[in-house]
Design a protein around this ligand. Structure first.
Ligand SMILES: C[S@@+](CC[C@H](N)C(=O)[O-])C[C@H]1O[C@@H](n2cnc3c(N)ncnc32)[C@H](O)[C@@H]1O
Length: 267
């Protein structure tokens, strides 16, 4: 398994993210020290928050080198000697072997596992257990399909999700596979943790979400050899966009499903 350590650079600005999910984690932490912190599925969003905390040291892990470079550039002004960005895979038993962190953050890591270590999800928390000194925080998205209030708003979000995933699959890419909060709690408990806090946050999707989901399909559709199929999918995407944006204009947002935050400690 190749493991790269991304060196330091100094570029760009760090902006403190104001995510309600991270604020919830701060509330659960209740002023206790963060100590050494592991961002086990890093990205520009989580590292911006991690960089704003008082930590002794942080380590950020990603499965993709391109991601690591984005994270390095985003956190450059706040990165200290000893803060590490590592490209590795949690399937690799040697990754951070023997290390322990007071706080471990798995921010939308579970849903992204399918792209890096398919069928490894049920082993993720056991894999992280020896690294968790005090607390593991998990941020996840309840899969669109497990929530079905039967509303038009809900139908649109589910259709956008199916359309996006179909385009990714047809282009030979692996979509995210999210897991329900209850699945995550069950697997934490079966993996040697006790869950100490759980909270859900209702999602309201706006224009930016709709446009980003439909727009990301264009380069994928360009790769499909069957041009009739690609054209017809593109038209379907635009119809979905119109439906979603029209509804958002009338209602302000599309309400569907929830994100969740869980806090767990070694049992
Ligand atoms: C959706 S992104 C996380 C979002 C991120 N916290 C942010 O701020 O935007 C998922 C992250 O988990 C990493 N990841 C997914 N599966 C992994 C695996 N098996 N091993 C290591 N990293 C993995 C991805 O490379 C990526 O860095």
């Amino acid at each position: 398994m190749i493991l790269y350590i991304i060196p330091m650079t100094d570029q760009s600005e760090v902006r403190r993210p104001a995510s309600g999910l991270f604020r919830e984690i701060e509330t659960i932490q209740a002023g206790k020290p963060w100590g050494r912190l592991l961002d086990a599925g890093t990205g520009t969003h989580s590292i911006g928050w991690v960089g704003s905390l008082v930590t002794e040291q942080w380590t950020a892990v990603t499965g993709a080198e391109a991601h690591a470079v984005q994270v390095r550039d985003a956190i450059a002004p706040r990165r200290r000697e000893g803060d590490r960005i590592i490209v590795g895979n949690w399937q690799d038993p040697d990754l951070l072997a023997g290390e322990t962190y007071d706080t471990v953050l798995a921010d939308y890591l579970l849903g992204a596992i399918d792209g890096f270590a398919p069928y490894f999800q049920h082993r993720l928390f056991a894999r992280l257990l020896p690294l968790v000194g005090r607390r593991l925080y998990i941020v996840g998205l309840e899969p669109y399909v497990t929530v079905d209030p039967g509303t038009e708003e809900s139908r649109i979000i589910r259709e956008i999700g199916r359309f996006r995933d179909a385009c990714l699959l047809l282009a030979g890419e692996q979509p995210y596979r999210e897991y329900p909060a209850q699945w995550t709690v069950d697997h934490l408990e079966a993996s040697g943790y006790r869950v100490v806090a759980a909270k859900r946050f209702a999602n309201r999707y706006k224009q930016r979400f709709v446009n980003s989901q439909i727009d990301m399909c264009a380069p994928r559709l360009a790769k499909i050899a069957d041009r009739d199929l690609a054209r017809s999918l593109a038209a379907h995407g635009e119809a979905l966009r119109d439906r979603a944006l029209g509804r958002i204009e009338r209602e302000g947002s599309l309400r569907h499903g929830f994100d969740y935050v869980l806090a767990a400690e070694p049992a």
